[in-house]
Design a protein around this ligand. Structure first.
Ligand SMILES: *Cc1c(COP(=O)(O)O)cnc(C)c1O
Length: 396
């Protein structure tokens, strides 16, 4: 019988040691892995998924998490790394060499762009930023040295949902590998390996720090593929860089994973309720949430997301409010804390200077990005209302 992926994440073929059975996976920790004899030691192969060689290359516990993330993403093989950013770095380092070019969406996750601007540049790897809303812009940006295209849906902070199908189609037509930062979709909102029209990305990267963990207490990243040769290329770099993960951290993510879909939809419902409320407020000129019809890329979101979205959105304050005034609004929030990341239990708000963030943007004013926690949404709405009153009092 085939099951939905959320069922498979829980009824996974993990077998506890003989004579013992329980719901959680056993946590096996090791640096040294003991070989039964010299012949076994001499014939070891890090590519062999059934043989253990050294703690850095995996234990039964990390391999269970790898299999479950592969299920979540709809892929075949997964590598674990110590953070989402490290996952981006492994993909870049494995697939690019001096003289190559990587294309990155202009609204992509900022630290991934910084990696290209500094480390990749110093290794002779060039990059270009492209407009993710236009498949034609990507097609024009691809040149003879382009070896990798990074996709991200929705875009970081400004939340535009890209023309994902058009972008993947261009990558396929031009024969360039494409990797998606799938942290927002989390393997729930859409299947990046099974997009409408039979389209598929080559690599799914995800910050497990966010939805798979859900606890705001662990950092981890994953790299998932469907192609064995591509997986082994990534795995070779992963191994040579020595980026293992701690088994206590793996345990946290294994514990968070069974509830990912219910948490994802709870964050989603809360974000839509608060985004609706914000669209009635005269202090803001735009609410950026892909499920809102006038948010950029709404039609693209509808085409791939099956009415699901991460619990994140941004509002653009009217330019009559200075950055200092918007900061005062954020400081006046009581339930929303100020801090990065998302998909944890506590709601967060961060102000951004939209002009500095996105040089190609036509918006003016200060933007505030909200990430929904799991508090009662009416309390979160009341919190925003009281902080807006504080902002209005400041203007008098
Ligand atoms: C958080 C995040 C990352 C990086 O994950 P870390 O584990 O914090 O390094 C990458 N991409 C996106 C879209 C993220 O939100």
């Amino acid at each position: 019988m085939t099951h939905q992926k959320t069922t498979t994440l829980i009824h996974h073929p993990y077998r506890a040691p003989a004579g013992f059975d329980a719901v959680p996976t056993g946590v096996f920790k090791a640096s040294t892995v003991i070989f039964k004899d010299t012949a076994a030691m001499r014939s070891r192969d890090w590519k062999d998924r059934d043989a253990y060689t050294y703690g850095l290359h995996g234990t039964p516990t990390s391999m269970v998490l790898e299999e479950r993330i592969a299920t979540l993403e709809g892929g075949l093989q997964t590598l674990l790394v110590p953070s989402g950013l490290a996952a981006i770095a492994v993909v870049d380092m494995a697939l690019l060499k001096s003289g190559d070019e990587v294309l990155i969406a202009s609204n992509a996750y900022g630290p991934g762009k910084e990696l290209a601007l500094h480390e990749l540049a110093s290794w002779g790897i060039t990059h270009r930023f492209y407009d993710a809303m236009s498949a034609q812009a990507l097609n024009e940006a691809i040149g003879p040295t382009t070896k990798l295209v990074w996709l991200e849906a929705a875009g970081s902070i400004t939340m535009e949902f890209p023309d994902l199908l058009g972008l993947v189609q261009v990558c396929k037509a031009r024969g360039v590998l494409c990797a998606i930062d799938n942290t927002w979709g989390a393997g729930i909102a859409f299947d990046a390996f099974d997009l409408p029209g039979g389209l598929s990305v080559d690599i799914c990267m995800q910050a497990l720090t966010k939805f798979p963990s859900g606890g705001a207490d662990v950092l981890m990243g994953s790299i998932t593929t469907r192609d064995e040769a591509l997986h082994l290329r990534l795995k070779a770099t992963h191994m040579r860089m020595g980026w293992g993960v701690g088994l206590n951290d793996v345990e946290y993510v294994l514990r968070g994973l069974p509830s990912i879909e219910v948490r994802y939809s709870a964050h989603d419902r809360a974000a839509r309720a608060l985004a609706q409320w914000w669209s009635q407020q005269s202090e803001v000129t735009q609410v950026l949430h892909p499920a809102l019809p006038d948010s950029p890329g709404h039609a693209h979101w509808k085409a791939v997301c099956n009415d699901q979205a991460a619990g994140l959105f941004s509002v653009v304050f009217d330019p009559r409010f200075s950055t200092a005034q918007v900061d005062a609004f954020v400081d006046a929030l009581q339930l929303f804390k100020i801090g990065f990341s998302w998909a944890g239990p506590m709601s967060l708000a961060v102000p951004y200077d939209i002009q500095a963030l996105r040089k190609d943007s036509t918006w003016r004013g200060t933007l505030v990005r909200f990430s929904m926690g799991l508090e009662a949404v009416e309390d979160l709405i009341a919190d925003c209302a009281q902080a807006l009153q504080a902002l209005q009092a400041l203007r008098r």
